[in-house]
Design a protein around this ligand. Structure first.
Ligand code: KG4
Ligand code: ZN
Length: 401
């Protein structure tokens, strides 16, 4: 099955084309094309993702990204096409609220052969609704023009599949996942523990009661006057400091003052999280001080990261014990965090020798369309197709009730 998958839930415009085969026990994926354009530099100025701007950028980028993905897959063939008037008008109507995308799409469809794919998949949520809608309307336009079925994908299921996938950039495999599997989903909008007892069926085990962990990284970074997105910036500083202490060297400037931050809800009897208090603790700490030196910023970044990793690991290990899960998958943008990956690897090795840890390849941690194609494969295999007439964006789409 050849899948063309579209992802526009946040600030990445991405399209992947994947050839998939197999079943829920063992599936293989050959990546034919994978194009992605990040808007990070544009949103940096605002210190976060600005939904109206994200929507406009997706509208501008989708056709170039589609062309790039098809070209890479050797599926882009220029040839004048006869677009029927009804199809033309229906597409124009679908895309009338995506400035620029209507003309670009119609022009593209008139000069390119229908792509040789079996279905079009698109992220239906969760995410920023204006951004999701661009991808959904674009996917609907392609299904109309090319007469292909439409598959709606939950973005978080995509993150789980990216974690379970093993292999290289070009060839991936999801095989022999021992169930039940627990997924820790950590991104800009989500922090939750979800149990997959049977393949593709989910139950919520724990979730944040306030901020998502990625959001906490981004907000703390902003307080430290570090650029958006904050996760990688905090990580860079914290890791630099850890490397120095490992080498036993002292810093060449004044030693950074030690900071202590709370580990919210660590001893509470549940698998829920809370990160708002941690963020407030950083704010209060900063209020009590004048400008921080670069070394002090590093020390605070490290303590923040330690606190986050402590809480995530303790809650996840509690959930592993309570559920008896045999696989632990970590997904979402924050799973890129080097320290978190280390803490989880060491924790699993030390305390759970019967649990398999599944962490996505670095390139698959943050948003991409490949993960959407992986999830779409299983949904399409189950004949779970979306109705193009009724599919809508759902910013709060949940994996589990
Ligand atoms: O999954 P994702 O790309 O988008 C959402 O679906 O939200 O996650 C983005 C989040 C941002 O908050 C970003 O700061 C965080 O992931 N992030 C990181 C790292 N890389 C990205 N957080 C901590 N350490 C990182 N290395
Ligand atoms: Zn994401």
């Amino acid at each position: 099955m050849r899948i063309l998958a579209i992802e526009t839930s946040c600030d990445e415009t991405a399209i992947a084309i994947v050839e998939a085969e197999g079943n829920e026990r063992a599936a293989r994926f050959r990546v034919l094309g994978n194009a992605l354009l990040s808007q990070v530099d544009i949103h940096k100025e605002y210190g976060g993702v600005f939904p109206a701007l994200a929507k406009r950028e997706h509208a501008k980028n989708l056709i170039p990204i589609l062309a790039a993905a098809l070209e890479e897959a050797e599926l882009l063939h220029e040839d004048a096409q006869n677009l029927r008037t009804e199809t033309h008008d229906a597409i124009a109507k679908l895309l009338e609220r995506e400035p620029g995308l209507d003309e670009a799409t119609l022009a593209f469809l008139k000069e390119s052969e229908p792509a040789a794919v079996d279905c079009i998949a698109v992220t239906a949520g969760p995410g920023l609704e204006p951004a999701l809608w661009v991808g959904i309307n674009f996917a609907k336009a392609l299904t109309l023009a090319w007469g292909k079925p439409l598959v709606a994908v939950n973005h978080m299921e995509g993150h789980i599949m990216a974690a379970l996938a093993k292999g290289s950039e070009r060839e991936l495999e999801i095989a022999n996942v021992t169930l039940p599997a627990l997924a820790l989903l950590v991104s800009g909008g989500h922090t939750e523990l979800v149990l997959m007892r049977a393949f593709l069926s989910y139950a919520l085990v724990g979730r944040t009661r306030d901020d998502a962990v990625g959001e906490a990284f981004d907000k703390v970074a902003r307080m430290l006057e570090l650029p958006y997105p904050g996760g990688p910036e905090i990580s860079k500083r914290a890791e630099a400091l850890r490397a120095l202490s490992v080498q036993g060297r002292t810093l060449n400037t004044a030693r950074p003052a030690p900071f202590t931050l709370p580990r919210p809800m660590l001893h509470e009897n549940s698998c829920d999280f809370s990160f708002a208090g941690l963020k407030t603790a950083v704010r209060n700490l900063l209020k009590a001080r004048d400008d921080l030196s670069e070394d002090e910023k590093g020390a605070l970044a490290r303590e923040f990261e330690d606190a986050v990793a402590d809480v995530l690991w303790k809650k996840t290990s509690r959930a592993l014990r309570e559920t008896g899960a045999k696989t632990l998958a970590i997904g979402g943008g924050v799973s890129a965090n080097v320290h978190l990956r280390r803490v989880f690897r060491e924790g699993i090795a030390a305390e759970f020798n019967d649990v398999t840890l599944a962490i996505p390849a670095q390139a698959l941690t943050t948003d991409n369309a490949l993960m959407i194609a992986l999830a779409a494969f299983y949904r399409a295999k189950r004949d779970e197709l979306a109705n193009p007439a009724t599919l809508s964006a759902n910013g709060n789409l949940a994996l589990a009730p």
